[in-house]
Design a protein around this ligand. Structure first.
Ligand SMILES: CC(C)(COP(=O)(O)OP(=O)(O)OC[C@H]1O[C@@H](n2cnc3c(N)ncnc32)[C@H](O)[C@@H]1OP(=O)(O)O)[C@@H](O)C(=O)NCCC(=O)NCCS
Length: 185
């Protein structure tokens, strides 16, 4: 299948694009007792921190400078993670806009007491904005998907982007309407 999406996706024609593989990153970490919740399994927040760290590294690599987390959505926890597990957090840029990037993250766990292949235990999508020294958004290189899987992820990220924008617009409109009608929060 041809990939039409990236050509129309960015407003940064004078910045050379970058292939997905240029910034793809895996962060690996062994879980310890310090990472547990009251049930003795790994706290979700520990995994979210690793996800944000890996995604941030990818966003920084892709954009060639600082990038901040603008949003994190669809963080899914599929299986519990346990002490001793070797967790791999795999992240890549799925989509780029003008100054923002969607980073997709998969979390895998190698069980310390099993010889089975790593299991997927979580996934998330984060939006990062590239920023300049004053913290203002700056333009990012267009991501260039290389494989069919990259292209599918790009197209799915476009759907999520459209939903985020529509949801934000709908909420702003509702708040304006309520304010105009004299409701106070
Ligand atoms: C993210 C941030 C830089 C956006 O700044 P802004 O002045 O609102 O700028 P813009 O509205 O132009 O948004 C910049 C880009 O981010 C995207 N964006 C902003 N907020 C977003 C959100 N909540 N979800 C998804 N994308 C978002 C915009 O769509 C835009 O993308 P585009 O240029 O590719 O179209 C700013 O809100 C910020 O600094 N937030 C704090 C980030 C931070 O500190 N993160 C760490 C958490 S402690």
């Amino acid at each position: 299948m041809t990939d039409q999406a990236p050509a129309a996706a960015t407003e940064s024609p004078d910045i050379p694009g970058k292939p997905t593989s240029a910034s793809r990153t895996t962060l690996s970490h062994i879980m310890t007792h310090n990472d547990t919740n009251l049930l003795g399994t790994v706290h979700g927040g520990v995994i979210m921190k690793l996800v944000d760290d890996a995604a941030g590294a990818v966003a920084g690599r892709h954009s060639g400078g600082p990038a901040v987390t603008a949003s994190m959505d669809e963080m899914a926890f599929l299986e519990p993670v346990r002490v001793g597990d070797l967790v791999h957090v795999k992240a890549q840029v799925n989509w780029t806009g003008r100054t923002s990037m969607e980073v997709g993250v998969r979390v895998l766990a190698e069980r310390w007491n099993e010889s089975a292949p790593a299991t997927q235990v979580g996934s998330a999508y984060l939006v990062f904005a590239a920023v300049d020294a004053d913290g203002k958004p700056r333009r990012v290189p267009q991501v260039m998907p290389e494989t069919e899987r990259d292209r599918r992820r790009y197209q799915e990220a476009q759907i999520r982007r459209a939903h985020r924008l529509a949801r934000r617009r709908a909420i702003v409109e509702l708040r304006e309407k309520r304010a105009a009608e004299g409701f106070e929060d």
